[in-house]
Design a protein around this ligand. Structure first.
Ligand SMILES: NC(=O)c1ccc[n+]([C@@H]2O[C@H](COP(=O)([O-])OP(=O)(O)OC[C@H]3O[C@@H](n4cnc5c(N)ncnc54)[C@H](O)[C@@H]3O)[C@@H](O)[C@H]2O)c1
Length: 314
């Protein structure tokens, strides 16, 4: 089976590429090594696959339709996993047009190619952020009136809607997976766990937003990869499915775990809540269990230990 992974040099994408190669798949990766964070980290993520004979890398931009067409025409992939995006809530408030360009236009380009070249299954990397700021947990896929509160979240919502349109018009099987705060080795450097670890290890001040009661459903990256792989292999028509851990972790407890693994206390500066940040996330994973046989295995205590080991080894 030949699988095209966009964003395959990134945090989640590179773990997926490793797994697909280990499972014997042919993998074609598109990644433009954008400057959202140090591209050298992405080069490191993809160094192993680059030595593999079943791996092909294109350093192209998903906004470039002719370049995308060329790749699809040449490789005729069986499945597309679309993970390339401008990620991050806060930066999207500063640069919304860039997020619109990459996340919406880029997604449309790929859906067009998937349609034209008969891709049998598409998986779209969506986000829990589409649920917006809500108190009622857990978040369920069939809840209406999603109110995204950042440009990033709105572009992910738009991606899901476009996927539905292509499914409706062309009967393309598409699964949109809403990831809930993913962490683990290779996590993006601006994301909470990576950033707090770096600051604590370096003795820098940790900015603690809100009163410490904000809570997230943190999902270990290999659990996410397991869910993506299950989705690739199934024709479910059009579905939106949460991939989370179904367990909320308060910011205060998260910092304690990081301190324990770093062997150092955090210097904390309390800050007001940030625009675009949601107070809580928590996934209902009943649908993922039912449709994908998804069962997250790595609890936060073990996951932070794994992250800390990777961080020390860097
Ligand atoms: N990490 C999370 O917690 C999380 C949560 C919800 C959803 N997601 C989604 O999962 C996907 C992967 O996220 P990640 O955390 O691995 O981010 P990441 O930034 O590490 O990976 C994204 C990759 O896409 C590439 N890319 C960006 N713009 C591109 C373009 N125009 N053309 C080609 N490649 C481009 C980047 O170079 C990068 O390697 C994204 O779609 C993100 O929105 C992530």
């Amino acid at each position: 089976m030949k699988i095209l992974v966009t964003g395959g040099a990134g945090f989640i994408g590179s773990h997926l590429v490793d797994r697909l190669l280990a499972d014997g798949m042919q993998v074609v990766c598109i990644d433009n090594f954008d400057s959202f964070y140090d591209p050298r980290l992405k080069e490191r993520n993809i160094a192993g696959p680059l030595k593999h004979r079943r791996f092909t890398l294109y350093r192209d931009d998903i906004r470039d339709l002719p370049a995308m067409e060329k790749i699809f025409k040449k490789h005729r992939p069986d499945a597309l996993v679309h993970l390339a995006a401008r990620a991050g809530v806060r930066p999207s408030i500063k640069d919304p047009l860039l997020y619109e360009d990459v996340n919406i236009k880029g997604t449309m380009n790929l859906l067009e190619c998937a349609k034209k070249y008969g891709v049998k299954k598409t998986v779209f990397g969506s986000s829990s952020s589409v649920y917006g700021a809500r108190e009622k947990i857990p978040f369920k896929e069939d809840e209406l009136a999603q109110k995204p509160i950042s440009p990033y979240a709105a572009t992910k919502m738009a991606g899901e809607l476009l996927c539905y349109t292509y499914h409706h018009l062309y009967k393309m099987p598409i699964t949109c997976l809403r990831f809930f705060t993913v962490y683990g080795p290779r996590q993006r450097p601006e994301m909470g766990i990576h950033k707090f670890t770096r600051e604590i290890v370096n003795g820098e001040t940790v900015e603690f937003f809100g009163d410490g009661h904000s809570a997230r459903d943190y999902t270990f990256v290999l659990d996410i990869v397991e869910g993506i792989c299950a989705a690739i292999g199934k024709d479910l028509g059009y579905e939106i499915i949460n991939l989370g851990d179904c367990n909320t972790v308060k910011l205060g407890y998260l910092i304690e775990l990081i301190e324990k693994n770093a062997g150092k206390k955090a210097k904390i500066r309390k800050m007001p809540d940030q625009p675009g940040d949601v107070p809580i996330t928590c996934a209902s994973i009943d649908k993922a269990k039912k449709l994908l046989g998804y069962e997250p295995k790595v609890k936060i205590e073990k996951g932070i230990e794994e992250f800390a080991k990777w961080y020390k080894a860097q």
